[in-house]
Design a protein around this ligand. Structure first.
Ligand code: SF4
Length: 257
């Protein structure tokens, strides 16, 4: 897999079981190790590595990450921001969630304005950005073709998000976009959370309270239009709208609401 930052062909068989091993991860570092070495979804492994090999012309001199992308940010965050999956030439290139594309520029600028991020700039994994009180992750950790993971791929990857939730214990999850909303609700339902039926509909600003089936955990879900260029260039999602969602998430996390 020349052209990518990693390469562990000898671990192929073992790495297909990484999601099943996620519940045993005792720390985020252990979990991240399982995530970045995962090869459980053949279609996504092939795509992420193909993109990393072919590259986009603007990045032809860069070494793409080309692997699954772990969560990024505060390990004890009260607010978890969840998208759908890494972008092919964003996080799949830089190795850090929402880093290296316009979506991330929009998101981290808002986090900086609302006091969650140390800087608005997010261009590569070593750019110095740190997050306080917030973390970003996804229910699917590999860049999918057409930004569309299959239901099976989402199910296969689910244990990683479930374990991240258990280790971080956020109070609020901000879900970006309707696809992510459905994916997160489905993942939570499969991973031991009591999700109402019919499932709550996505809307910008929608709020839903969830509990674990075993009663050991509680979450507030907040919907937000995705930070894609399709939304931000057209004004469907403005900086003020995203700032308001993050301010609301902070208030919910502090018990207001
Ligand atoms: S999407 Fe998730 S489960 Fe599938 S290969 Fe990537 S990290 Fe593994």
């Amino acid at each position: 897999m020349s052209g990518t930052a990693g390469g562990d062909a000898g671990a192929v068989d073992d790495a297909t079981s990484n999601p099943m091993r996620a519940p045993s991860a005792r720390t985020l570092a252990e979990l991240d190790g399982l995530v970045v070495g995962c090869r459980a979804c053949p279609r996504l492994v092939a795509w992420r590595e193909h993109v990393a090999e072919v590259k986009r012309a603007a990045f032809r001199d860069e070494t793409y990450w080309g692997r699954p992308v772990p969560g990024f940010g505060d390990p004890r965050a009260d607010v978890l921001v969840v998208g759908l999956a890494p972008a092919a030439h964003g996080a799949n290139r830089t190795g850090r969630m929402f880093t290296g594309d316009r979506s991330g520029d929009f998101l981290f600028a808002s986090m900086h304005r609302t006091g969650f991020a140390s800087q608005a700039l997010s261009v590569r994994a070593d750019d110095g950005l740190t997050l306080d009180g917030i973390r970003v992750t996804a229910p699917v950790r590999c860049a999918p073709p057409e930004n569309a993971p299959t239901p099976q791929e989402r199910r296969t990857c689910g244990p990683f998000l479930a374990r991240e939730l258990a280790l971080v214990e956020p109070r609020v999850v901000v879900v970006l976009g309707g696809f992510g909303w459905q994916a997160v609700l489905a993942t939570l339902a499969e991973q031991g959370w009591a999700v109402p039926r019919p499932r709550p509909a996505f809307a910008h600003g929608a709020e839903v309270r969830l509990r674990r089936v075993d009663g050991d955990g509680e979450l507030a879900l907040v919907g937000c239009f995705h930070v894609s260029q399709q939304n931000t260039f057209t004004g469907r999602l403005t900086p003020a709208m995203l700032d308001a969602v993050l301010v609301r998430a902070r208030a919910l996390a502090s018990g207001a609401g």
